[in-house]
Write a protein that binds this ligand. Sequence first.
Ligand SMILES: O=P(O)(O)OC[C@H]1O[C@](O)(CO)[C@@H](O)[C@@H]1O
Length: 553
Amino acid sequence: MSSAPANPTSLPEWRALEQHRDALLSQPMKQLFENDPTRADRYFIEAAGLALDFSKNRLNGDTLEALMALAHSRGLDAKRAALLGGEAVNNTEHRPALHTALRQPVDTSVLVNGQNVVTEIHATLDRMEHFVSGVTEKSIVGYSGKAFTDIVSIGIGGSYLGPKLVCEALQPFQRNGIRCHFVANMDGTDICETLRKITPETTLFLVQSKSFRTQETLANSQVARQWFVARCGDESAIAKHFIAVTANVAAAREFGIDEDHVFPMWDWVGGRYSLWSAIGLPIALTLGMAHFRALLAGAHAMDKHFAEAPLDQNLPVVMALLSVWYNNFWHADTHAVIPYDHYLRSLPDYLQQLDMESNGKGVDKQGQPVKTDTGPVIWGGTGSNGQHAYHQLIHQGTRLIPVDFIIPLKTHNPVAHHHADLFANCLSQSQAMMAGKSLGEARAELADTGLSAADIDRLAPHKVIPGNKPSNTLIMEQLTPETLGALIALYEHRTFVQGVIWGINSFDQWGVELGKQLGAKILPQLMGDRMNELDSDSSTNHLIRMFRSANGV
Ligand SMILES: O=P(O)(O)OC[C@H]1O[C@](O)(CO)[C@@H](O)[C@@H]1O
């Protein structure tokens, strides 16, 4: 693997981009479009059933060349090969990050410690298929012989967000009539409200946790277990109703789950990259295994594109470099993802973990403080809802917020006119961001309404939209298992490429540990076990006392 310097800001390619940005300041996007009628064709990439229009960005041909030069100087080619080839790219945990292997066809090979993991992956997929058909064909049933009608998937972070996103997004493909409920939160309301909706005889619980140590998942699973045993009155029935997906088989066994009912996870798959593994069981159970395999195939098509396409025509690479462009050279602190598709309503939540847990890092791979900003704040929501909420700030606020608009060309529902309206809304937003409205245009518009000159002077500045705000538009023919798989894989690779540019490890997440350690110390203090040992800061101590007093501790 080529060794790029740890700090990208010392590179001549970095400085070249800074100078190039200064040159672009005087070139509004609107003018770039007027000067070049082919602009939309030139900044357009199609891959794996997705198409990216990135023409509404602050760029010209030189920008792309300069960004590609930066990518080369960071050794992106070699680092991409290292990722896909199973090298230990997660250097703090000495592990590969092989989510791409999870969607490799059966006749391929990826070696980890000399073993072809693709064989094991497909053996697990076959086991999932056997289980899914048993449940749907009703040969696997609950303790009273009744078929399963409900699944409760208990997990958090990557063991929750991915399956939830996909189950919602592919609702039109649901075949099995099984309802899937997701429980994640430490707030017991989540599990209690879910248990109110189900009956024990016909419910299958999936305990989803790579580590089987996560506080929220264990607490919610314990409540589910107690609720279940209290109602069916027979501990041995747990075997038929509780399944685990975990890399920690011993802990699952201790919880009372039969080893036969444990589906494996592997060290070389990060939690936030795991929906393609048996963590995808809620997806397979509700959509059917054929659709789950189609999701994997869509992701694999994007993997192939990522592996093979030249960098300047490589969808994830271009999106990653554009994000670096705004984050590091235009000081955009946040990045919005706005799907114009109700089915994709959980995509921003999913991407928050994927991107922010991966790239929220302050030291580089060698442990040295980074010298530039790393991952931006990812946020968003569905269009057109956001237009009536936060788009005001996107259009007229003082911050630069690059946006990814995502929209399918065709809807799944019998609402053709609605869909044209939705599409028009989506296009109007990226157009308004790009073109804006000048003071002259605002004045002319007001003059048309017959206002007095004084009123025009007073109001016109408030109606100016600066424009020149960048966005990508990602489209697909329709949201299907294949295109959704490609879309998620696209963002995974985008996240990785950004990490390569910044020189950070995108595959660990040590930052989440301190809160867990402190929480373990605070809990006994809240419960009154260590009444006189309030030895934290005065704020924490004060809040602990308030909790105790309110709860009679
Ligand atoms: O699957 P597990 O081990 O329960 O972990 C859940 C989540 O918790 C985290 O480790 C963060 O605490 C995530 O990375 C992970 O997706």
